[in-house]
Design a binder for this molecule. Structure first.
Ligand code: C5P
Length: 209
């Protein structure tokens, strides 16, 4: 059994990735962004021109995936996030990826996993479960600021509509919908900076150790 397992769930743009990285550094744990695994499957489907609802091709792509060899640079594109949420509704894809994610989580010295179903499905016995939220407007504003910081431009209303569509797909799917585990600690980051969220999370982890 790993020493410490931290599960972080929540919608796109709530700050899960940054919080997960900081907690993994602080507690010297392995880190897995499970969203990247769905993105990698979607990326392969797009690369080969396969329809995103081709369940058997998506399952094969999931089986071939090595969680330790995912390229964040390539997979972070906005369009891949949208495609990822489409392959993520396929139960066979989820089964294969969840098995791989559980194996990662079991590897010593323990891990921080972030995603949509970590506290509910992947690691229901995690030591600490955090559910990060923020209003869709705040998340869209953050996304716009990130794009602008990289020198790009984007339309706020379009980003907001994309976020709302992805939330609806992730929360509305039949298999492993996005929802807080009953024993998750809720952190609403709408009015909270990442440092405050990090300090709150460290306290929650320390009290559970
Ligand atoms: O978090 P990220 O934006 O990289 O996730 C991309 C998509 O992958 C999400 O919109 C969601 O549909 C899917 N996903 C999932 N379960 C996870 C992580 C991500 O269904 N544990």
């Amino acid at each position: 059994m790993p020493d410490l397992l931290i599960a972080i769930d929540g919608p796109a743009g709530a700050g899960k990735g940054t919080l997960a990285r900081r907690l993994a550094d602080h507690f010297h744990l392995n880190l897995l962004d499970t969203g990247l695994s769905y993105r990698a499957v979607a990326h392969r489907m797009l690369t080969y021109g396969l329809p995103l609802d081709n369940a058997s091709a998506a399952e094969t792509a999931a089986r071939q995936l090595d969680l330790r060899a995912m390229d964040r640079e390539v997979l972070s594109a906005h369009a891949i996030g949208e495609a990822a949420s489409q392959v993520a509704v396929i139960p066979a894809v989820r089964r294969v990826l969840v098995d791989k994610q559980r194996e990662f989580a079991r590897t010593p010295p323990g891990a921080v996993l972030d995603g949509r179903d970590i506290g509910t499905v992947v690691c229901p016995d995690a030591d600490v479960k955090l559910y990060l939220t923020a209003s869709a407007e705040v998340r869209a504003r953050r996304r716009l600021a990130e794009i602008e910081a990289r020198g790009g431009t984007a339309d706020f209303e379009r980003i907001l509509a994309d976020i709302e569509r992805r939330d609806a797909r992730d929360m509305g799917r039949a298999d492993s919908p996005l929802l807080p585990a009953p024993d998750a600690h809720l952190l609403d980051t709408s009015e909270m900076d990442i440092e405050t969220a990090f300090q709150a999370a460290v306290t929650l982890v320390e009290t559970s150790m």
